[in-house]
Design a protein around this ligand. Structure first.
Ligand SMILES: Cc1cc2nc3c(=O)[nH]c(=O)nc-3n(C[C@H](O)[C@H](O)[C@H](O)COP(=O)(O)OP(=O)(O)OC[C@H]3O[C@@H](n4cnc5c(N)ncnc54)[C@H](O)[C@@H]3O)c2cc1C
Length: 514
């Protein structure tokens, strides 16, 4: 294999690795994805996408394809959160939406997009060894027919919870595994079950079982449904068994669990989805060691469902443009380290609320009941409800970026402003399709545009008007986060100075003088 076969090796073609391959190729980086499985997996893991990644896919002009592939889409009106259901119906705008897209379909779609962009996905190729020096990283690969080596400038371990890259490169992965197993199923509704309007079910020979969580001394049971034709069933039990996530759950296993928890035999229709979760709270201390990076489940495991895909795919979006800058030779000092700074912080926010969910769901005594009741009472107010929604969606993360003019938007995900331009109406989302940095002048600030022009080969420059202008101008990174913002009517001198600093800080010296 030629050392220059790829700029970046991505280990693992799960959602994180495939998203990384898409973003790297959008940024013009030659990427080789090595995947040990010979074929696309059909393991029913995540049921769909939610949170900020859906916004990001919209900003890339891809969300229509994901919606077309999905089985359903809905605003998140009620979400499970640590053994209670958070009810967002009182908010005028729900904090996020859900796109039902089973993980095998998600991976298939991401693989299609990565392939169209030019990424090579080499299946049946397991990374078994790693080494790095000052200029390259080399992977030893067990291929379908033979072992071989491949060398690149950088390597990213997107190889999941049991990451081989993490072990080979000696990244500590501290945390704990909870002695808890949850089982989740969607089955068609059998004749002997009647679904009532309030969400309860009436089971012939058993009686009425209420919607939501029922706690017994043996664990928790829940019933609910997002589709009137399907029955959603859930159990949670204390168990220390070590299950393999790729080993599917059976209907018999679910039936036995319900019998242990609820003490009854429930009838089932046809299984549509059967999954089993175990829970870990683990986080690597560093996302980078030299030329080797970790992303997705390889870097973090959260002890609650529904958030891991969002976190992993956004890791990829954050890292891709920084690797592209390093490979292009214009990355300012320290740029690659901001991947750890920003995404570790985001991972800690997700661990914060998922660990809190463990405390909320695992207690079975009156004190735990009181905690859940009080928690729900607090969430009857709009402000805490919004805050919990933003935490789950991952939209409350504000990266710790330099912010000399103390603008509230710096470090946040760029809002999708509606824009009026010379060429008609547009939006921030449309400007981000190509994953290039954007300088957006919102107040006809020719002084600022003049500065930005020096970086025109590296960044796109746009002028527009918008209602309720949040800033005179915005500098938006390719991952759609705001690197710099000028306050409204910011004096020329300070704005010019801080813009120049931000441009050098994020995108290096102006290309013409470098
Ligand atoms: C039952 C279940 C339900 C879930 N539901 C949700 C949900 O609703 N929402 C949500 O957000 N998350 C959910 N998750 C979590 C979600 O599935 C994971 O977070 C997600 O798969 C992580 O993606 P990843 O790409 O980081 O890792 P993975 O999906 O684990 O992908 C890693 C890839 O790397 C490959 N690989 C491993 N080692 C090597 C090697 N040495 N060489 C080459 N390739 C290698 C693997 O074969 C695999 O394809 C669920 C998980 C489970 C188990």
């Amino acid at each position: 294999m030629e050392p220059t076969e790829a700029d970046v090796i991505v280990v693992g073609a799960g959602p994180t690795g495939l998203m990384l391959a898409c973003e790297l190729h959008l940024a013009g980086v030659r990427t080789l994805v090595l995947e040990r499985q010979r074929q696309l997996r059909d393991t029913p893991k995540a049921g769909g996408l939610s949170g900020q990644i859906l916004e990001l896919l919209h900003y890339r002009g891809l969300v229509d394809r994901f919606e077309a592939a999905s089985t359903a889409q809905a605003p998140a009106l009620r979400l499970p959160f640590g053994g209670v259901h958070v009810d967002f119906t009182q908010l005028a705008v729900p904090p996020m939406r859900l796109l039902l897209l089973p993980q095998p379909m998600l991976e298939s779609l991401l693989a299609d997009i990565a392939g169209e962009l030019g990424a090579e996905i080499r299946r049946g190729s397991e990374v078994v060894g790693l080494s790095q020096d000052d200029g390259t990283v080399t992977a030893d690969v067990r291929g379908s027919d033979a072992e071989y080596r491949v060398t690149a400038q950088y390597l990213v371990g997107c190889d999941g919870a049991s990451s081989r890259v993490r072990d080979l490169a000696d990244f500590p992965f501290p945390g704990i595994t909870y002695p808890e197993v949850q089982r989740l199923a969607q089955v068609t509704v059998p004749e002997s079950v009647t679904m009532l309007e309030n969400g309860d079910i009436d089971v012939a020979g058993v009686g009425r079982i209420p919607f939501g969580f029922t706690r017994t001394e043996h664990g928790e049971f829940a019933v609910g449904s997002t589709d009137p034709a399907l029955l959603g069933l859930f159990t949670s039990e204390d168990e220390t068994a070590d299950y393999d996530d790729d080993e599917p759950m059976t209907l018999a296993e679910l039936g036995e669990s319900i019998r242990r928890v609820l003490g009854v035999d429930l009838p089932f229709g046809e299984p549509v989805r059967l999954t089993r979760f175990t829970f870990h709270a683990r986080h690597v201390e560093q996302y980078r060691d030299g030329r080797i990076f970790l992303a997705g489940d390889a870097a973090h495991l959260f002890p609650a469902p529904g958030v891991a895909l969002n976190a992993g795919m956004i890791d990829s979006v954050n890292l891709a443009w920084k690797l592209s800058a390093a490979i292009g030779g214009w990355a300012p000092t320290g740029l690659l380290d901001t991947y750890h700074d920003e995404r570790h912080l985001a991972g800690e926010r997700t661990l914060l609320h998922t660990r809190a969910q463990v405390a909320l769901r695992r207690g079975h005594d009156p004190a735990a009941e009181a905690l859940r009741e009080l928690f729900l009472e607090l969430l009857s107010d709009e402000q805490p409800l919004r805050r919990i929604g933003a935490l789950i969606a991952g939209t409350d993360v504000r990266y710790p970026l330099p912010n000399p003019n103390h603008h509230a938007l710096t470090g946040t995900f760029a809002p999708n402003l509606t824009l009026r331009t010379d060429r008609g109406s547009a939006s921030v989302a449309e400007l981000m399709h190509h994953a290039r940095p954007v300088f957006l002048d919102l107040a006809d600030r020719s002084d600022l545009r003049l500065i930005a022009r020096d970086w025109r080969h590296r960044i796109d420059i746009h002028s527009a008007e918008t209602d309720r202008r949040p800033a005179d101008a915005l500098l938006i990174r390719p991952d759609a986060h705001i690197a710099w913002a000028a306050t409204v009517d910011e004096p020329a001198e300070s704005a010019v100075l801080s813009l120049r600093e931000a441009l050098v800080g994020w995108f290096g010296p102006p290309p013409t003088t470098s």
